[in-house]
Design a protein around this ligand. Structure first.
Ligand code: 5AD
Ligand code: SF4
Length: 442
């Protein structure tokens, strides 16, 4: 058994976990393949944030129940942690079930699988470790993820993450900076610091840095041009983060600050630990900053008991903040979560109505905000070339996609490419979800 296939669902934390899993497997002599048919070991790194994400995995497993004869199936990640050994009942052809807090034991689990063990589990959440591995196999040669904190100690009433990723564990600042420096030496120019709640980062070493300090020091590393971070919790989001962004050009001018709801009573039922006013104070810091900070958010519509009046508070908050982008989700019941016990679950059609309303509202806000970019120069990191539109794809520091043409190199040509380079683009057109323009010839 030496070939493996892996499919990843969910967030950036999961994407990065998969990079570490791949690195660990390759180091143990396995070879990654792109087609399930060619694989002896098939891994799904799963997400359970909403019911739909969870269903996808079981659907995949069902599809390969017969076709996958002779293969070894493993379920990793959040569904693995949440469902545990029940997965063996729902999908008896699965041999490995392991949550992200157990990946440090992955090499041992592989040995057991190779020895022919048909039921291998790694489900303990009782760990002080973060999943550091020197063998990370990164997907993108220019932008790299770095884990700074794992798990979550909050108890948002709707959220499975505290159950699937365990308690908060921060990495030492020394270990984070060592990884960031070695990435810069390898030629990476952009890194993204990752955690379920990066703001509660606390350096466990004697240095005792907080998140703002870690962010600032990462931004000072030679060779790193862009440092991003995700995701933030408003309760722990301090002004020092904005000050760091203001003073350090390498820190990107983008903050993703999930609000979830604009209503104090809903925020309270969600156990979010902040009020609308607390949240707006943080938005105020960003709007008053020297740099033009893009703000994005997550919203849940149809949380149990959400009245029309409460929903309208969210509509008003969105108008007030004018977000650069927004991810809207319909509330989805999750196992073990406190919100299950709340009454008055909202009908699906009503969730859809609220969802569509916010989507349209946000679309016009984005059109309006983007219109201001026309005629301006933006500095982009080029991420690739889109053969369908014959345009290069760049990303601005504010995390906006900027598609552009380049007169010198209209398309990748042999070894010549703009991918990985930074250049200035004149914005000529905009849409709700992206900008478009022409590179400035220097
Ligand atoms: N239902 C709907 N959306 C959810 N999210 C988290 N849990 C749920 C749930 N049970 C959303 C939140 C979070 C984002 C990653 O997913 O908005 O910020
Ligand atoms: Fe999905 Fe949350 Fe797990 Fe990420 S941490 S994979 S979003 S459930």
């Amino acid at each position: 058994m030496k070939t493996f296939y892996i499919e990843t669902f969910g967030c950036q934390m999961n994407a990065h976990d998969s990079e570490k899993v791949v690195g660990t497997l390759v180091e143990k002599g396995y070879q990654q393949v792109e087609e399930i048919d060619d694989a002896e070991l098939v891994l799904y790194n799963t997400c359970s944030i909403r019911d739909k994400a969870e269903q996808k995995v079981f659907h995949r497993l069902d599809t390969f129940k017969k076709a996958g004869k002779g293969k070894i199936f493993g379920v990793l990640g959040c569904v693995a942690q949440q469902e545990g050994e029940r997965i063996f009942e729902r999908a008896p052809h699965v041999s490995l079930v392991a949550g992200s807090a157990s990946y440090t034991k992955l090499p041992e689990m592989l040995v057991q699988l190779e020895a022919g063990n048909r039921r291998v589990t790694g489900l303990s959440l009782d760990t002080a470790d973060t999943f550091d591995t020197p063998f990370t196999s990164r997907d993108n040669p220019y932008r790299a993820y770095i884990t700074i904190i794992e798990g979550c100690d909050k108890a948002c009433a709707y959220c499975v993450v505290p159950f699937t990723r365990g308690p908060e564990r921060s990495r030492t600042s020394e270990s984070v900076l060592r990884e960031a420096r070695s990435l810069a030496e390898l030629g990476y120019t952009e890194v993204q610091l990752l955690g379920q709640n990066v703001n509660s980062y606390r350096d466990p070493s004697a240095a005792g840095w907080d998140f703002a300090k870690l962010l600032d020091e990462t931004g000072k590393i030679d060779g790193l041009k862009r440092v991003r971070f995700t995701t933030s919790h408003p309760r722990d989001f301090g002004k020092s983060i904005i000050d760091a962004i203001d003073q350090n050009e390498a820190l990107c001018d983008h903050v993703h600050l999930p609000v979830q709801s604009g209503s104090d009573s809903v925020l309270q039922r969600m156990q979010r630990l902040y009020t609308r006013a607390d949240y707006l104070r943080r938005i105020e810091w960003m709007k008053k900053a020297r740099r033009n900070i893009a703000i994005t958010t997550d919203i849940i519509v149809g949380f149990p008991g959400e009245t029309e009046a409460e929903f309208n508070e969210t509509v008003r908050l969105i108008d007030e903040v004018e977000y650069d982008a927004m991810f809207i989700f319909k509330y989805s019941k999750r196992p073990n979560t406190p919100a299950l016990l709340l009454e008055d679950h909202i009908p699906e059609e009503e969730k859809t109505r609220r969802f569509t309303l916010l989507q349209e509202q946000q679309r016009s806000i984005q059109m309006r905000r983007h219109a201001r970019f026309v005629g301006k120069r933006e500095h982009v990191h080029v991420e690739g070339y889109n053969r369908a539109t014959n345009q290069w794809v760049g990303r601005t520091s504010q995390n906006k996609t900027l598609n552009f043409t380049d007169a010198r190199l209209p398309a990748p040509d042999g070894t010549k490419t703009l991918t990985g380079h930074y250049l200035d683009v004149l914005v000529t057109r905009v849409g709700a979800n992206s900008l478009a323009g022409e590179s400035v010839l220097q």
